[in-house]
Design a protein around this ligand. Structure first.
Ligand SMILES: [Fe+2]
Ligand SMILES: [Fe+2]
Length: 379
């Protein structure tokens, strides 16, 4: 049985039930795992979370000797499993009035949950595969621990979705979703950034709702603080992996780092601006939120990347707005048919590409990278 692909819900009860009962529960769940949510999770566009595959042998060959002390410390921390009991509904899980929720908010919030679940599960699938294919005890240990965490995260979101009558069929996704091949170094840049930006996103929402609990319209946000510490540790692991080989963060690779920084930040900005009701319900201005998350992520990424993007430059915010507008126009044109619509689609795509290129060429800021990468969550 594929442990990670099995919803967490079933795992909670697995100890107390027989194999047959377990199977019956799974079948029941499979019925609930709606086509709608799975279809959304199956989408592969520039903006939706993807599944990745890579050269696992190359990753397995990494020697962590140069960062051994920091490595052992981090693995010991993860092995101690500080969030072991965290991803369970407790009495803090307030009742959610899905029926009474404003339909526009409900739609965007479900979209947010599905996309978060897919992203968490994408990490799980990649990490589990590395663990399965590898023979290097350092590498397989790390990836097993990270797959464990991501399976919990995805399962917990799916539990929340199930209350709304939808859930992503994670087993189906594992088998049927398209996998994108990335060279290992691109996996490091992309995954490191997605872990750190994930941390920054979760902690920013958590702190905001701590100050404004009246905006906490769903209990899942209460779980974000410990949750984001998992993502923080995952990011630390990728920083250490990159630290083993100085070539990964120098020379021409700095241009790749800049590319991934720009792509990850820009994707987040455009995606968040597609959910105005969701952010209004949280009492969060998406422009403020984006800037806050970029600031935190940039500060953190100085631990390993020699550059950060100039997010204070007026050209940066102008470029993001241009990109977002082009994407909105593209979505509109995609919903239309006919030769004019095709033309509009092409024009909007060209504008989006040009806006991205202009963001990319904004001069970056250079930094000296510290000898040791290790950081503690401080936000
Ligand atoms: Fe996660
Ligand atoms: Fe993670």
């Amino acid at each position: 049985m594929n442990m990670q692909a099995k919803p967490l819900h079933a795992r909670h009860t697995a100890d107390a039930t027989t194999a047959e009962e377990g199977l019956a529960i799974q079948e029941e769940q499979a019925k609930l795992d709606s086509h709608f949510a799975t279809d959304v999770a199956m989408q592969n566009t520039l903006l939706t979370p993807r599944f990745y595959t890579t050269d696992f042998d190359e990753m397995d060959a990494i020697d962590v000797t140069p960062v051994r002390r920091d490595w052992d410390e981090l693995i010991a921390e993860m092995d101690a499993d500080p969030n072991k009991g965290h991803f369970r509904k407790t009495e803090d899980w307030d009742h959610v009035d899905w029926e009474g929720m404003d339909p526009a908010l409900k739609k965007e919030f479900i979209d947010f949950l599905i996309s978060s679940c897919t992203a968490e599960f994408s990490g799980c699938v990649l990490y589990k595969e590395m663990k399965r294919r590898g023979g290097n005890p350092d590498i397989t240990k790390l990836f097993q621990l990270m797959a464990r965490d991501e399976a919990r995260h995805a399962g917990f979101i799916n539990d929340a979705l199930r209350e709304a009558g939808v859930a992503v069929n994670l087993g189906f996704l594992t088998q049927k979703k398209k996998y994108t091949y990335f060279r290992p170094k691109f996996i490091y840049y992309a995954t490191y950034l997605s872990e750190k930006i994930g941390y920054a996103r979760y902690i920013t929402i958590f702190r905001h709702l701590q100050a404004h609990p009246e905006h906490r319209f769903h209990p899942i946000f209460k779980w974000f603080e410990e949750w984001c510490n998992d993502e923080f540790r995952h990011g630390e692991a990728f920083a250490l992996l990159m630290k083993t080989d100085p070539k990964l963060t120098s020379g021409v690779n700095v241009w790749w780092i800049k590319f991934f920084l720009t792509a990850v930040y820009a994707t987040m900005y455009v995606r968040d601006h597609q959910r105005p009701e969701f952010h209004a319900a949280l009492g969060v201005d998406p422009d403020w939120y984006g800037h806050e998350v970029f600031t935190k992520t940039s500060e953190l990424s100085k631990q390993i990347f020699p550059i950060t993007l100039d997010i204070e430059s007026p050209a940066w915010s102008r470029g993001l707005k241009r990109l977002q507008k082009a994407n909105a126009d593209l979505a509109k044109a995609k919903a239309q048919t006919g030769p004019m619509a095709a033309l509009r689609r092409m024009a909007a795509s060209t504008r989006a590409a040009a806006a991205f290129a202009r963001l990319y060429v904004i001069p970056a800021k250079r930094h000296n990278v510290p000898a040791s990468t290790r950081l503690e969550p401080a936000y």
